[in-house]
Design a binder for this molecule. Structure first.
Ligand code: G3I
Length: 314
């Protein structure tokens, strides 16, 4: 039977993988589907600061190594997620001021990237740096270091693993708007210094609300000299799912996959999980769900088949 990863060549099709799900002895479906259908992975939480450096300069690579080992065993394209982000930080980070936080940030980037040196295709060096209006968003790194924290993070990352692609990653930047304008300006500045290689478009969409200018927006980033990727795709809706939403859902997935396929420098599409059973969506948006390609019982949804057909089409 055809599978996503075969149809996606030359691109990867990735999934966010959680260590607990991969190793869940009572649920072999998760890892089986990952291995059969996908060719890429992003650790859903395992390489975030609170897990990987829970205490200052004390590193716990064990959960991230589980995702790394699975990815290696299945010849996946592995994305590193994420080095500098204001969420899921270790508690000690918020106690540091000024140059202490600067040094903690550069130490974090260097130690984590050195551990995984040569094993990560692309790192989300900075995640979710912007507000919707295009200003820099609330972050201890912004407060304590200033706007230069972004360039410093990328400079440090470049030195730590010169072979990893360095990405900035964000949401609500998929269409042309104030936030993606601001992101593009940051990218152009970093590109001048050869400090950035790619931009991740998370793509946490709502059924019927995928930006129609997605492809045009991806193209303007490629025109600025970077590659692009769809990094956290899901398409949610209110539960119970209406017939209209159920019919639109596969179309929305196909639209996103087509936008990436139309751009040679769009290197891959990653869905933020595999099954609706474990999706982050209901926890963050109560009453919503239905975001992914497999349902709660690991039955392939119509969106699975529309993605497969869209990948297969010439
Ligand atoms: O591991 C603890 C567990 O010990 C505890 O009992 C439980 C109680 O709440 O929490 C568990 O931690 C949860 C963690 O996921 C691991 O499952 C956190 O509460 C929960 O907040 C956390 O949510 C993650 C979320 O990021 C938080 O920032 C989601 O799994 C993850 O999918 C989501 O991913 C983000 C991307 O990294 C960035 N872009 C947006 C995307 C969706 O929010």
């Amino acid at each position: 039977a055809p599978v996503l990863k075969q149809a996606a060549i030359p691109r990867y099709v990735g999934a966010a993988l959680g260590q607990g799900h991969l190793q869940n002895a009572t649920d072999p479906n998760f890892r089986t589907i990952a291995a059969i259908e996908y060719s890429g992975a992003t650790p859903e939480n395992e390489m975030k600061w609170e897990i990987i450096e829970p205490f200052q300069n004390v590193f716990n690579f064990t959960p991230g190594d589980v995702i790394r080992d699975f990815s290696r065993a299945h010849d996946f394209t592995l994305r590193g997620h994420t080095l500098v982000w204001h969420n899921q930080l270790a508690p000690f980070v918020s106690t540091l001021n000024g140059t202490d936080l600067l040094h903690a940030m550069t130490n974090h980037i260097t130690k984590v990237m050195t551990h995984y040196k040569g094993q990560i295709f692309a790192w989300d060096v900075v995640n979710e740096a912007l507000n919707d209006d295009g200003t820099l968003g609330p972050s201890p790194f912004l407060t304590q270091i200033g706007p230069s924290y972004i360039e410093t993070a990328f400079r440090t990352a470049r030195a730590a693993d010169p072979h990893a692609k360095l990405y900035i990653n964000d949401f609500n930047t998929e269409g042309i708007n104030n936030k993606s304008d601001a992101l593009l300006a940051i990218v152009k500045n970093l590109k001048k210094e050869n400090l950035i290689d790619g931009v991740g478009f998370q793509s946490h969409f709502i059924v019927g609300e995928v930006p129609t200018d997605l492809q045009a927006n991806l193209q303007r980033f490629v025109d600025a000299g970077v590659q692009v990727a769809i990094t956290e795709l899901d398409v949610r809706t209110t539960l119970p799912v209406t017939q209209a939403a159920a019919e639109q859902h596969p179309k929305d997935f196909a639209f996103v996959v087509n936008a990436c396929k139309a751009i040679s420098d769009c290197v891959g599409v990653t869905t933020w999980g595999i099954t609706d059973l474990y999706s982050w969506i209901p926890g963050t948006f109560p009453g919503m769900g239905f975001g992914l390609l497999w349902d709660d019982s690991y039955v392939k949804k119509p969106a699975y088949f529309s993605v497969l057909e869209t990948l297969e089409a010439h």
